[in-house]
Each structure stands twice: as structure tokens, then as C-alpha cells.
Design a protein around this ligand. Structure first.
Ligand code: IMP
Ligand code: MG
Length: 184
């Protein structure tokens, strides 16, 4: 794919505005601050998609927290997940004395987070929850709900705010639909 065009040529409509996203992040930050007062909490961001949301979210949490990142890849580069998850980078701290929140950009089929939940559960954290910026419940292949969900969106392929198409378009403030002509 040609990755040198003007950004606007890849984009359809704005699905979620920057202002709405900021509001959502503040709200989740407030809830997490309230729920984890006096508790030892680590936020684990899922790279690469989760890095923008993670960076915003941690600054809306007003208690001391640790943070770390893992990297996963779900084979296949375009608009469909293959369902096979591969761990590329793990965290390097034990979890058995901590409450854990996994921070993701979006839940689609639910396969990535099902895999990660199982992996982290096996390390016996004090508790384990999921926080996602966006959710596409219509596309679920396995039953999975996040305890902290930002914004529920329809079954559309979206880019921006950390979410990519073939590695590009993560660096946008708003969440956009990908223009159909890009992948059709
Ligand atoms: P899963 O299908 O729930 O396992 O989601 C796997 C991953 O696919 C997510 O973490 C995202 O990185 C990516 N993904 C799912 N839907 C979209 C989308 O609409 N745009 C960009 N990436 C997506
Ligand atoms: Mg991705």
C-alpha cells in the first residue's frame, strides 16, 4: 500500500471526536482513582495500539501507580484479525502482590484479551481487570467484557488515537472510519 499520501485521503468520517475522547479518558481516570485508593496498582498497556490511550489515561489517575507494557501481534496486517495471538514483549515484574489493569485500544473479536487474561491470571495478581478505550461488541467471537469501557462503537474499521491501518494513522487526535477505498 502507498503510505505517502495526504492523511485526509485515507480517512472517512470522524466517528469519535477528540473532545469526546478526552471526556471519556477523564471519566475512566476518575473511576479508577476511586476504585483503587489505598491499593497497589499496575497498569499494563498493550502495544502498539494502546500507547496513546495509556499515556492519556495514566495522567488522569490521581493515585500512585506503576506501569508497564507488553507487545502482542495478532498475525495479519490489514483490517481482519486472524485470531492467533503472539507475545512479542513481556513485562518484567511479578504480579502476585499487585492489582492489575490491562489497557487496550479496542476490543474486537475479544481473542487478544482472552489470551492476555489467561496469561496474567496464571501469575496470581490480587485482581485483574480490563480497561479499553473503544469496544465493538457486535464483532465478538468469545464472551468478554471490560470492567472499564470508554466508548462503544459500531462494526466499522477505525483509525487514529493509537489505532492503525497497516502500521500508519495512529497519530490522529480523533477516531475516524477508514475510507473504504483504502482496503477495497
Ligand atoms: P481482538 O479481535 O479483540 O483480538 O482485537 C485485536 C486487535 O485488533 C486490537 O487490539 C487492535 O489492535 C486491532 N483492531 C481491532 N479492530 C480494529 C480497528 O477497527 N482498527 C484498528 N485496529 C483494530
Ligand atoms: Mg493493531
Amino acid at each position: 500500500m502507498d503510505k505517502t499520501r495526504e492523511i485526509s485521503e485515507y480517512l472517512g468520517d470522524v466517528l469519535v471526536s477528540k473532545e469526546r475522547i478526552q471526556e471519556m479518558v477523564k471519566d475512566l481516570g476518575r473511576r479508577i482513582t476511586e476504585d483503587y485508593k489505598g491499593k497497589k496498582l499496575i497498569l499494563i498497556g498493550v502495544l502498539k495500539g494502546g500507547f496513546v490511550f495509556m499515556a492519556d489515561l495514566v495522567r488522569e489517575i490521581k493515585i500512585p501507580i506503576e506501569m508497564d507494557f507488553i507487545a502482542v501481534s495478532s498475525y495479519g496486517s490489514s483490517t481482519k484479525t486472524s485470531g492467533v495471538v503472539r507475545l512479542i514483549k513481556d513485562i518484567d515484574v511479578p504480579l502476585n502482590d499487585k492489582h492489575v489493569i490491562i489497557v487496550e485500544d479496542i476490543i474486537d473479536s475479544g481473542l487478544t484479551l482472552t489470551y492476555l487474561k489467561e496469561m496474567f491470571s496464571a501469575r496470581n495478581p490480587l485482581s485483574l481487570k480490563i480497561c479499553t478505550a473503544f469496544d465493538k461488541p457486535d464483532r465478538r467471537k468469545v464472551e468478554l467484557t471490560a470492567e472499564y469501557t470508554g466508548i462503544t462503537i459500531p462494526d466499522k474499521y477505525v483509525v487514529g488515537y493509537g489505532l492503525d491501518y497497516d502500521g500508519i494513522l495512529r497519530n490522529l487526535h480523533d477516531l475516524y472510519e477508514l475510507d473504504e477505498k483504502v482496503y477495497k
